[in-house]
Design a protein. Structure first.
Length: 273
């Protein structure tokens, strides 16, 4: 891809930096309120079943402060909501990658962003734990945004420039996790659903930005039209790729993801204590 590497790709890298920043910002907005939100929905559901005639609460305006000392945090449910998303990404991310090889990066980015927008709307409007879990499952299936951004970078850069560009995406990821949880916590003091709807709005902005500003990085003549579905299942890819050089990288990535996911799950619970 050396022919497309040069000054012309700086604009794409900047757009992808903003894309990852906004995308991860949307996800990180809901992290600090996730236990409260799950518990509030669960409590609301049981109250409506036990006392249908005396339910005066507005389902669309759960006040975080009023429920803070009343809600029993169900840690297992919080872990289940996060695991639902991650488990679907494990299975379907390789398939999303294959489809982007066949139909183009931009097409799949737009599809994934549209699904992320819908899933955040589902999450924000949820009135049951079933809907919350379903929204995270669907986002895990169709939300390969970050992986596609990395693939796009691989298409338009080589050598040292690729390392710098991937580092920029990592910086965007970290910056979003600085801004997002604090912003989500502040918004949730007014309405616990607000972070989810803001995340949906950010996904919509990303969709518009990618559609109008980001060109396709994989021309039709370079796309892969061969279907090898048996090689697209994540565990098979890992086993096929396990060479002596790759195993340490897989191990390091797994340990990092394990620790980071544990932090995500426990972050809000620790803060409440």
């Amino acid at each position: 891809m050396a022919e497309i590497v040069g000054k012309s790709n700086k604009k794409q890298i900047l757009i992808l930096f903003l894309f990852v920043l906004v995308d991860v910002l949307g996800f990180s907005l809901i992290l600090p309120i996730l236990p409260y939100y799950v518990a509030a929905i669960d409590q609301q559901f049981h109250q409506s079943n036990n006392n249908n005639n005396n339910n005066d609460n507005n389902n669309n305006n759960i006040n975080l402060i009023e429920n803070n000392e009343k809600i029993h945090i169900q840690s297992s449910l919080v872990g289940l909501v996060l695991a639902a998303n991650a488990s679907m990404q494990l299975i379907f991310s390789p398939i999303i990658g294959f489809l982007s090889d066949r139909y183009g990066r931009k097409t799949l980015l737009l599809f994934c962003l549209a699904s992320t927008f819908i899933c955040f709307l589902m999450f924000g409007a949820a009135n049951s734990l079933r809907t919350i879990i379903l929204s995270r499952l669907l986002d895990g299936i169709f939300g390969g945004n970050f992986a596609l951004a990395q693939t796009y970078i691989a298409d338009i850069t080589i050598g040292a420039e690729r390392s710098k560009a991937l580092g920029a995406l990592g910086a965007a990821f970290g910056l979003a996790f600085i801004i997002g949880p604090a912003s989500g916590g502040i918004l949730a003091t007014y309405n616990v659903r607000a972070p989810a709807f803001l995340a949906a709005f950010l996904s919509l902005l990303n969709f518009i930005g990618v559609y109008f500003l980001l060109p396709e990085s994989l021309p039709k003549e370079k796309r892969n039209n061969q279907v090898n579905w048996h090689k697209r299942f994540a565990p098979l890819i890992i086993f096929d790729s396990c060479t002596r050089e790759i195993i340490p990288l897989f191990s390091e990535r797994f340990l990092f993801a394990f620790v980071f996911s544990a932090f995500e799950s426990c972050f809000s619970l620790i803060n409440k204590e």
